[in-house]
Write a protein that binds this ligand. Structure first.
Ligand SMILES: O=C(O)[C@H](O)COP(=O)(O)O
Length: 333
């Protein structure tokens, strides 16, 4: 069904910019033979470049597919999991160039579009559980992105803030539960708290305190803004939460998406990519750009930013993702 072509990955030098325009392949993937599954439109056995978003069909997760009865067998459980990290789309204070931090502002229309576009880019990648911060801009981004997903599962924010909240939001149908994806919100993934800079204009602040000082506050590892969090302090909560709450899902073979913020994600990527406190200064995250990692045998492999829904470089090296996507295609009418 899928034409297999192979070519060596074109590997850029290791860069710490995640701006989505340059999909970076991990250096370790340099010599990986890309086994592209070709391009096709749903149903024709050829993967299209446009996701079948809005398609009414629901598909069975490939890992749970019944045997095909012709001596075939259900694909064995994936020994690798995918992790998608995404900074929220543009917020209304991003648009006004204001320091936001832990102030809970919504997306702009542009941020909504960015989230939808991100959803199209990851619409063929399996997602079993979603984590967001407690802030609306990350939750809006996750929900809007999931509206594009071809699996068509329903993302549902879980409420465990009290026993009553948990019991009042219980789902009593196993089938319905199977067709949903839990969205876990966590304050630990909130944006770094920007202290007395919150609400100030970034340019005016640089004019007042000096460009170097503001850059130090925004990008250094251990210099906090006035009465705010340094990246190190943000990492203490965000990376700890990631290790304690997100990694166990990946270890269990679940595919995860984390929708969060520029600096809470910078602290997580610093951990995943083993960046030094010097290297992390140059790490910048654009709004609404999905970043893909593969978790395998306890290691995180950086796979770059999926530019399109069937980009070979994303699905190469990770046969399970290619199988998932092929099966989605064959199941989506
Ligand atoms: O909190 C904010 O203002 C933004 O989310 C990130 O700001 P920064 O790019 O200045 O860290």
């Amino acid at each position: 069904m899928a034409a297999a072509t192979s070519h060596n990955a074109i590997v850029s030098t290791q860069s710490h910019r995640w701006n989505g325009k340059n999909s970076r392949l991990d250096r370790r993937a340099a010599n990986v033979r890309l086994v592209s599954v070709g391009s096709c439109c749903p149903g024709s056995g050829k993967l299209g470049l446009v996701c079948a978003s809005g398609s009414k069909s629901s598909v069975i997760d490939p890992v749970h597919l019944p045997s095909n009865g012709k001596g075939g067998h259900s694909p064995k459980k994936s020994s690798e999991s995918s992790l998608i990290l995404i900074r929220h789309g543009e917020s209304m204070w991003n648009e006004k160039n204001l320091f936001t931090g832990c102030v809970d502002v919504p997306l702009t229309p542009k941020g909504v579009e960015e989230a939808i576009e991100a959803g199209k880019r990851i619409c063929n990648i399996p997602i079993d559980v979603i984590f967001t911060s407690a802030m609306i801009r990350s939750q809006m981004t996750a929900m809007l992105a999931m509206m594009q997903h071809r699996r068509k599962k329903v993302p549902i924010i879980t409420h465990k803030e009290s026993e009553q909240a948990q019991s009042w939001s219980k789902i009593y149908s196993e089938d319905t539960k199977e067709q949903s994806i839990p969205v876990i919100t966590a304050w630990q993934l909130n944006e770094r708290m920007y202290g007395e800079l919150q609400g100030l204009n970034k340019q005016e602040t640089a004019d007042r305190f000096g460009k170097e000082q503001v850059h130090e506050w925004r990008r250094s590892y251990d210099t906090p803004p006035p009465n705010g969090e340094s990246l190190e302090m943000c990492a203490d909560r965000a990376v700890s939460y990631f290790k304690d709450q997100v990694v166990p899902h990946l270890t269990a073979g679940k595919h995860v998406m984390v929708a969060a913020h520029a600096n809470s994600l910078r602290s997580i990527i610093m951990h995943l990519d083993k960046l030094t406190s010097q290297e992390v200064i140059s790490l910048e995250l654009s709004t609404g750009i999905p970043m893909l990692y593969i978790f395998k045998e306890g290691e995180f492999i950086r796979r770059g930013s999926p530019v399109g829904p069937s980009e070979a470089s994303v699905y190469a090296y990770t046969r399970n993702l290619a199988t998932y996507r092929d099966t989605l295609d064959s199941m989506v009418q």
